[in-house]
Write a protein that binds this ligand. Structure first.
Ligand SMILES: [Zn+2]
Length: 307
């Protein structure tokens, strides 16, 4: 919910009481934006992950189209506006100014970035379209996103899902101070002390604040990884998640459960999956690769509806 809108709530109610005009036609404006990098080197997902990531992005965009969103943008990779730093910054600003609800999906990789003012906090970025260490390639930085939404009053980004490494760890959620933000969750959503402001288990203990962030504690699982049930993989999981989250009256939690049952087996709820309980995954950055533990992390309000 936009804070600016809430400030006008009392005035709006007063006008509504004084007027017999129906307000039923007032509808919220909603935007969905899908971003993603195209850099999947052999040891970082590879061509199969690249292909599935692109497909899933376009399928999910179509779900938001069918659900009647005001805008639904597939900016994955090189499509349309492209996943470039300025695209992300400018659309964060635009969405905050002009849209009541903003839903973001990013698929790719994270990395630490340097603070321009040496604030002493940890900053993070995500890969742009071309990826890391490519000529002309740049990183999408947390504080740059916050700069843009801060100027607009922030608060329209109600659901941000970063399918990337580490953004869901409590130490990486970040915070804000004045016009400066650090950590992807705090910066994109404009939340001070995000790890304590949001419920740290939005699935089991939703905080009722109508805002939700999903990330991974450490390494995100690949879309192409099998769920070990039938022929399903985690690309199917996220597709079915959005499909159900966009059903009328369905919550994030109900959609997580539905996607879990479809891709992990009958009567398997989200809390029964390795996403919630934790999984082991090879860290490709090590030579030889080592097995590390990670999990998906739902922050805030799993009872949020995005339809
Ligand atoms: Zn800083």
């Amino acid at each position: 919910m936009k804070k600016r809108k809430m400030m006008f709530c009392c005035l709006f109610l007063l006008i509504a009481m004084l007027s017999t005009a129906a307000v039923n036609n007032v509808s919220a404006t909603k935007v969905f934006i899908s971003y993603g990098t195209t850099q999947y080197l052999t040891d970082m997902g590879g061509s199969g992950e690249l292909s599935v990531s692109g497909d899933v992005s376009s399928y999910i965009k179509n779900l938001f189209d069918s659900a009647g969103y005001t805008n639904f943008f597939d900016f994955w990779g090189t499509r349309d506006q492209q996943t470039q730093p300025n695209t992300v910054y400018n659309y964060a600003e635009w969405a905050t100014r002009f849209r009541d609800t903003t839903v973001i999906l990013y698929k790719g990789h994270s990395l630490p970035v340097t603070c321009p003012i040496s604030c002493g906090n940890d900053h993070y970025g995500v890969y742009d379209c071309e990826g890391y260490n490519i000529t002309g390639g740049e990183t999408i930085k947390d504080y740059e996103i916050y700069n843009k939404i801060y100027d607009e009053g922030y608060g329209s980004h109600d659901f941000v899902f970063l399918w990337t490494c580490g953004a869901g760890d409590p130490s990486r959620l970040g915070s804000t101070s004045g016009s400066h933000g650090w950590g992807m969750c705090a910066s994109w959503m404009g939340i001070n002390n995000a790890a304590t402001s949001l419920s740290d288990d939005g699935y089991d203990d939703p905080d009722g604040n109508d805002r939700c962030f999903i990330g991974f504690d450490y390494l995100s699982i690949w879309y192409t990884n099998s769920t070990n049930y039938s022929n399903w993989n985690y690309g199917h999981f996220i597709y079915y998640f959005y499909m159900h989250a966009l059903q009328q009256y369905w919550t994030i939690n109900m959609a997580l459960d539905a996607a879990s049952e479809l891709t992990h087996g009958d009567d398997v709820l989200y809390e029964d999956t390795p996403l919630y309980g934790g999984y082991s995954i090879w860290d490709p950055r090590e030579t030889p690769p080592v097995s590390v533990d990670s999990a998906m992390h739902v922050w805030g309000d799993g009872n949020l509806t995005i339809r």
